[in-house]
Every structure is written in structure tokens, then in C-alpha cells.
Design a protein around this ligand. Structure first.
Ligand SMILES: Cc1cc2nc3c(=O)[nH]c(=O)nc-3n(C[C@H](O)[C@H](O)[C@H](O)COP(=O)(O)OP(=O)(O)OC[C@H]3O[C@@H](n4cnc5c(N)ncnc54)[C@H](O)[C@@H]3O)c2cc1C
Ligand SMILES: NC(=O)c1ccc[n+]([C@@H]2O[C@H](COP(=O)([O-])OP(=O)(O)OC[C@H]3O[C@@H](n4cnc5c(N)ncnc54)[C@H](O)[C@@H]3O)[C@@H](O)[C@H]2O)c1
Length: 451
């Protein structure tokens, strides 16, 4: 390629939506650089999935002791928050340098700074101009602006994952993934008052309502105040205390607490990129991309949370990045994105998980199917671990026997859902799942009784 360019490809964002593209394209011999304004790793590795699940791994001990109480296991558990955070940092502290070193081994130039487009093939970074023949955008998402007075007082999920001391009285704005997962962590870590304020009729609107109702019961039993139809209107600070004002059908209420956490949704992190200078179009859901992950500027690709594409989940960003990298190398639109069934898990204890269509979506599409919904707390797998609430719902299509959707709540749900995703992706029928011999006793073996 021409020497007028500093790079053949500049990847903006060193998270899961960017890293794979940089490595793949550099390995093919292109002159590639990657840049991030923060340490390398992105949200999942440093501020999301991975650190969060380390905290969950610790607090699982509390849940385990609770479930096994009176069954021969008598433990008095308590969480040492600073030690738990130190455990988390054994992973997060080492990852940026590992990721950067791996990038350099693949021949990628690693840069640091905040990028802004100044033209269709130029960006400004640290006061200098860089020119690249192609760009790949993977700038992720950020907490949504809620347009309420006092929103600057909200602790973000990143702030929560860095808290030096255990939160005591904590309120979560919103009842989505972040609020539900973090509320469970905070409560099991010993927070005296945990409140989730969700404006909709149910938390976790993307998950099966029957299973979410059971999770809501488990959440309430854990001692979390889960308030639905509660729209947060204002946050005020007096000294170290916060007052949260929220609206309910029966009037305006207030709550006082020591921390208020943003769980009200995330939006594409793109405003600061000055995309107009590069003729890259975007909408409310992110950068407009074709099925080839190409933006409206044919030399620029995008993937992950910043793109108006699949759901904002790590494996989706990895998959989209792979497609973008392949098309960059092909020099044409060769590989179209074709999402396989995408499983999704809320890592509460118990977790709730879903893949494929919801019951409502399947009905809206006019599909003909059998619904199998059963509470499974009486099943051996739940009894064995003292789980008091678990259930599943599957949708099996008439005639074909294909699984249209699977929804699971309870111990093992986070792995069972992956088996359903694999079966659905491979086009296995309910009959074929039933015919599979699974090792027993295991959570996996239950899925043949779920279809
Ligand atoms: C608390 C939390 C928990 C989550 N848990 C899960 C989970 O359990 N499972 C799951 O699948 N998903 C989870 N997610 C979602 C998942 O983390 C994201 O879908 C995924 O990380 C998106 O990857 P990405 O590469 O698109 O963006 P990111 O990983 O966010 O990377 C974007 C990078 O771009 C950089 N950047 C942005 N703008 C610029 C700029 N102008 N110049 C230079 N650099 C820039 C940022 O610093 C960042 O490092 C979670 C998210 C959060 C917030
Ligand atoms: N386990 C996982 O896969 C996982 C975990 C965490 C985050 N994530 C990703 O991060 C994204 C963001 O997570 P999130 O939990 O912030 O968003 P979310 O979209 O899951 O939930 C936001 C919730 O906040 C509510 N809300 C918004 N404004 C409100 C207000 N003023 N008062 C009361 N309720 C309000 C909404 O009704 C909604 O239910 C997720 O959509 C997902 O893509 C994934």
C-alpha cells in the first residue's frame, strides 16, 4: 500500500471488538496499529464480565453456605471486600500489559490516546495527525445519560467494581443486567440495605417473565428491595448521604443511601469521535454498519458495542470483529454476518439465561409450537445443591421438532443455555437432544428432560 499512509489499518479501541481485527490483519502482513485511551483490554476484561465474575465467585461461597445450611454444612461466612478486590486485581492488573505484548508479538504497533476524526482518512491523537488507509472502530459503550438532576452523583459500574470498601446502603437505578448482578454481589457481601428501582413492570425485560418472577422472589428473599414501576427522577447529596427521588403509581417517594449506582442502560460511545468528518453515519443504536460490518465510509469498519449490530455482549463483539477482519483482508464484501443463536446470561445467584425466541416473539411471528414450562426445585439437580427456585421454559416447533427458544433459571443455567445454543445452531431437534447420552448426574443431563 502507499507510503502516504502511516498505517494500512488503524484499530480504535483495544477491547474484544478491536483486538481480534488488529491481530488477524497484522498477521496477514498489513501495517497495523491499535490505539486506546485506556489500558488495553476493554470493558469485558477490565471493567465488565471478567472482574464481575471474580466477585461473583467469591460471593457464591455465601450463597452456597446459605443453601447448604442444615444439610450437614455449617459455615459462618463473611466477605472481606478489600481482599475480594485484591483477588479481582490479580487478574485485571496483569491483563493490559499481556494484551499489549501479544499485540506487539503479532506485529501490531500499540498506541495510547484519545482519537478524533479530522477527515475521511485522518485522525488526531495527542495533538498529532495520523493517516490510515482503513480504520476499524470498536469504541464500545458508556453509561447512558439519564437526563435527571444529580446524575453526575451516580457511581458507574466501573466505579462499583473499584469500590475500596463494601457498600452499606446502596440503591441501583434500573433493574437490568448490571443492577441485578451487582445487587446480588452487594447483598451477599454484607450490604445492609440494597434497593433496585426499575421503572418497568419487571426487571430484566429481555428475559422470560415467568422465570424473572421467580428470580425476583429469590432476590427479595435474599433481602434486596426490588421495586418495579419506580422511575428515578432526581438524586441529591447531603454530606456523604444521597437522597434518591422516584416516582411510583402511588406517588413520589424518596430513599436515603450511601451509594447510588447507574444501572439504567448503556449507549454507544461514539460522540467524541467526530464521525461526520469521516462520513460515517450513526443512529441512536450506534454506528450504521452493513452485514459485512462496513460503515457508510467503505474504508471504515466497526464492531461491538459501538455498532448498530447484534446485542452488546462480548462473544457478539468477537464474532463481529472476526467478520470485519475477514472482509478487510478480502478487500471486498465476502463474509456476511449471520448470527447463530446468541445465548445470554444474567449472573445472579441463581442465574437466569435465554437463547432464541421468547414465547411472546414466537407468538408474534405466528409460529406453531409447544411450550414446556416447569418449576424444577423438586428436580434432583436443584435438591442436591439446596436451590429453592429453579425453572425452565422451552419452545419446540410443531412438525420440525426444532428448538425455537430455551429459557432456564437455576443452578447450572449458565452452562445449560450454551448446550441449547449449540443444539439450536446445529439444527438438532428435541428428539435428538433426548437421544443424547449425557454424563449423569450433571446439570447438562437435565436438558433432555426440558424438551
Ligand atoms: C459491568 C458490565 C458487565 C458485563 N458483563 C458481561 C457479561 O457477563 N457477558 C457478556 O457477554 N457481556 C458483558 N458485558 C458487555 C461486554 O462487556 C461488552 O459487550 C464488550 O466488552 C464490548 O466490547 P467492545 O470491544 O465493543 O467495547 P469495549 O470493550 O468497551 O472497548 C472499547 C475500547 O475503546 C476505547 N475507546 C473508546 N473511545 C476511544 C477513542 N476515541 N480513542 C481511543 N480509544 C477509545 C475504550 O477505552 C475501550 O477500551 C458487560 C458490560 C458491563 C459494563
Ligand atoms: N451478563 C451480561 O451479559 C451483562 C452484564 C452486565 C451488562 N451487560 C451489557 O451491558 C448493557 C447495559 O446494562 P444495564 O444493566 O445498564 O442496562 P439494561 O438495558 O440491561 O437495563 C437498564 C434498565 O434500567 C431501567 N431504567 C432506565 N432509566 C431508569 C430510571 N430513570 N429509573 C428506573 N429505571 C430505569 C430500564 O427500564 C432497564 O430495565 C446490557 O444491555 C448488556 O448489553 C451484560
Amino acid at each position: 500500500m502507499t507510503d502516504a499512509y502511516d498505517y494500512d489499518l488503524l484499530v480504535i479501541g483495544a477491547g474484544t471488538g478491536g483486538n481480534g481485527v488488529a491481530r488477524r490483519v497484522a498477521t496477514a502482513g498489513w501495517n497495523v496499529a491499535i490505539i486506546d485511551s485506556l489500558p488495553y483490554g476493554g470493558t469485558c476484561t477490565l471493567r465488565g464480565c471478567d472482574p464481575k465474575k471474580m466477585l461473583i465467585a467469591v460471593t457464591e461461597g455465601v450463597g452456597w453456605a446459605h443453601n447448604m445450611k442444615g444439610k450437614g454444612f455449617d459455615a459462618h461466612t463473611s466477605i472481606d471486600w478489600p481482599a475480594m478486590m485484591a483477588f479481582k486485581r490479580t487478574f485485571t492488573d496483569v491483563m493490559p500489559s499481556r494484551i499489549e505484548a501479544a499485540m506487539q508479538r503479532a506485529g501490531v504497533a500499540t498506541l495510547h490516546g484519545d482519537v478524533r476524526f479530522t477527515g475521511p482518512d485522518t485522525v488526531e491523537v495527542n495533538g498529532a495527525t495520523l493517516r490510515a488507509k482503513h480504520f476499524h472502530l470498536a469504541t464500545g459503550a458508556r453509561p447512558m445519560t439519564l437526563n435527571i438532576p444529580g446524575e453526575d452523583l451516580l457511581l458507574t459500574s466501573t466505579g462499583f467494581l473499584e469500590l475500596p470498601e463494601a457498600p452499606q446502603k446502596v440503591v441501583f437505578v434500573g433493574g437490568g443486567f448490571i443492577a441485578m448482578e451487582f445487587a446480588h454481589v452487594a447483598r451477599r457481601a454484607g450490604a445492609s440495605e440494597v434497593t433496585v428501582l426499575e421503572m418497568a413492570e419487571r426487571p430484566l425485560s429481555n428475559f422470560d417473565p415467568d422465570l424473572v418472577d421467580l428470580l425476583a422472589d429469590a432476590t427479595t428473599e435474599l433481602g434486596i428491595h426490588l421495586q418495579t414501576q419506580a422511575k428515578v427522577r432526581k438524586i441529591e447529596q447531603t454530606g456523604e448521604a444521597y437522597t434518591v427521588t422516584y416516582e411510583t403509581p402511588s406517588g413520589v417517594r424518596t430513599l436515603t443511601c450511601g451509594r447510588v449506582v447507574h444501572g439504567g442502560g448503556r449507549v454507544p460511545n461514539i460522540e467524541h469521535l467526530n464521525l461526520a468528518a469521516a462520513s460515517v453515519e450513526s443512529g441512536r443504536r450506534g454506528i450504521t454498519v452493513s452485514p459485512y460490518m462496513r460503515t457508510t465510509n467503505p474504508a471504515i469498519f466497526a464492531a461491538g458495542d459501538c455498532a448498530d449490530s447484534g446485542p452488546n455482549l462480548t462473544p457478539v463483539s468477537v464474532y463481529e470483529a472476526r467478520i470485519a477482519g475477514k472482509n478487510l483482508l478480502a478487500g471486498k464484501d465476502e463474509h456476511a454476518i449471520q448470527y447463530p443463536p446468541i445465548p445470554s446470561v444474567v449472573f445472579t445467584l441463581p442465574p437466569v439465561a435465554a437463547v432464541g425466541l421468547s414465547e411472546a416473539e414466537a407468538r408474534e411471528r405466528g409460529l406453531q409450537f409447544d411450550v414446556k414450562f416447569e418449576k424444577t426445585s423438586g428436580w434432583y439437580s436443584s435438591l442436591r445443591v439446596g436451590a429453592r427456585r429453579s425453572a425452565f421454559k422451552t419452545l419446540v416447533e410443531h412438525g420440525t421438532g426444532l428448538i425455537l427458544g430455551a429459557h432456564v433459571m437455576g443452578p447450572g443455567a449458565e452452562e445449560q443455555i450454551n448446550l441449547f445454543a449449540m443444539a439450536m445452531g446445529a439444527g438438532l431437534t428435541a428428539k435428538q437432544i433426548k437421544a443424547t447420552i449425557f454424563a449423569y448426574p450433571s446439570f447438562a443431563s437435565d436438558i433432555s428432560s426440558m424438551v
